[in-house]
Design a protein around this ligand. Structure first.
Ligand SMILES: [Zn+2]
Length: 326
C-alpha cells in the first residue's frame, strides 16, 4: 500500500488526457498553531498542530518538558513516529504524525514515551480523529487497450512496487534534513492531483499518491531537502525515478524524469539537481510527480513544507495556470 505506484491504479492512467483543472490544496489544515492535545506525566505537555487529521495529511507534534529529556519515542498504530530535537532545546522535541491517504477514518491513539535526563519516565497520550480526505473523483470511459498492461508489464510493475515498499520500510535513525523543505521546482508554489480518485470504465482505481507539477522537459528537479539517494532508476509506471531518504522514515519521490543526474548512495544537499522534468513512464505529458512517504504513510508533500516552515512562508493557495496531465 505504501508504494508510490500501484499497478491497479496507475495502469488506468495510461494515455489519458486529464481534462480536469483540478481542485488543489484541499488538504491544507488550519495554520500550524499547536493546541493542547494530550495528557502527559512528569510535567510534560503534548501539542498537535490540529486536533484532527484528514487522510493524507500530516500533523506537527510538539513535546515540552520542565526537565531536559534524554530520549523520546512515539507510536501511532504500531509504527514509530519521527521525533527529533532541534538545536539545543533539550526540553523540547518535535515530531510528525502522518496519516496515510487510505487510512480508515476513526479515532486513533498517539502515544509518546520517554525519559528525562534524571531518569524519570515520561509518557503522553492523545486521541486523534482521522477524517475522510476531500479528494476529487474523475470518471472516464477509455479504450481497454490503453488501461491494461501485459502480464509481463504487470509482473515488472509488481516487482518494482515491492522494491519501493522495502525501501520505505527502512528507517534511517538519523535525521538527515535540517531546516525547511522546498518544492522541487524553482518558481512553483503549488501542485495538484494529490489523492485524486479515478473511476475508469466503471472500475475505481487507486488514489494518486503524489503531487503533479506540469513543467517543460528539461526543467531542473531539485532535492526537497538534504538526503541520501535510495533509488535512481527507470520504473515501469513512474519512468526515470529518484527516491531520497531524509532519515527518520521520511522519503521523497520524483517520477517521470527525462534524465537522472544522481546515483544510489549519493548524499544531496537541499536544492541539488537530481534530474530533469520529463515524460517517461506512463504519462500523457511532461510533468514532475512528487511524492512523500513518512513511516510508510503516503501524505501530501506540500503539508511538510507548510508545517516545518516559519509562519511567514506558508504555502500559497493558488490554482495552477494550466491543465495538469498524468
Ligand atoms: Zn502523478
Amino acid at each position: 500500500m505504501n508504494s508510490q505506484l500501484n499497478a491497479a491504479g496507475e495502469k488506468r492512467e495510461v494515455r489519458l488526457i486529464d481534462v480536469c483543472l483540478v481542485a488543489i490544496a484541499m488538504l491544507l489544515p488550519a495554520a500550524a498553531t499547536a493546541k493542547q492535545a494530550g495528557t502527559c506525566t512528569a510535567g510534560a505537555t503534548l501539542r498537535l498542530s490540529a486536533p484532527e487529521a484528514n487522510q493524507g495529511s500530516l500533523l506537527l507534534i510538539e513535546i515540552k518538558s520542565t526537565k531536559p529529556l534524554a530520549e523520546v519515542q512515539g507510536d501511532w498504530e504500531g509504527r514509530s513516529v519521527p521525533i527529533w530535537q532541534e538545536a539545543t532545546s533539550e526540553k523540547q522535541r518535535k515530531g510528525l504524525l502522518a496519516v496515510d491517504l487510505e487510512k480508515t477514518p476513526g479515532e486513533y491513539e498517539l502515544k509518546v514515551t520517554g525519559q528525562t535526563a534524571d531518569g524519570e519516565i515520561m509518557s503522553c497520550s492523545a486521541m486523534v480523529t482521522v477524517k475522510k480526505g476531500l479528494f476529487t473523483t474523475e470518471k472516464l470511459q477509455v479504450e481497454k487497450q490503453f488501461v491494461e498492461p501485459s502480464p509481463e508489464q504487470i509482473k515488472r510493475a509488481n516487482e518494482e512496487r515491492q522494491k519501493l515498499r522495502d525501501i520505505f520500510d527502512r528507517v534511517t535513525p538519523e535525521r538527515l534534513w535540517e531546516g525547511n523543505f522546498r518544492i522541487p521546482l524553482d518558481g512553483v508554489t503549488t501542485g495538484s492531483n494529490f489523492g485524486k480518485r479515478r473511476i475508469l470504465n466503471g472500475n475505481p482505481g487507486s488514489p494518486h499518491t503524489g503531487m503533479d507539477f506540469p513543467a517543460a522537459t528539461g526543467t531542473p528537479v531539485r532535492a526537497t531537502q538534504r538526503g541520501r539517494v535510495a533509488l535512481a532508476e527507470e520504473l515501469f509506471f513512474a519512468g526515470n525515478t529518484v527516491v531520497l531518504d531524509h532519515g527518520l522514515g521520511i522519503y521523497s519521490f520524483y517520477g517521470h524524469l527525462s534524465e537522472i543526474d544522481v546515483k544510489a548512495g549519493d548524499a544531496l544537499e537541499t536544492g541539488a539537481v537530481l534530474g530533469k522534468v520529463g515524460a517517461t513512464g506512463r504519462v500523457t505529458g511532461p510533468h514532475l510527480h512528487w511524492g512523500l512517504t513518512v513511516e510508510r504513510a503516503r501524505v501530501n508533500p506540500l503539508l511538510l513544507i507548510k508545517l516545518l516552515s516559519s509562519p511567514s512562508s506558508e504555502v500559497t493557495r493558488k490554482k495552477p495556470s494550466r491543465p495538469v496531465t498524468d
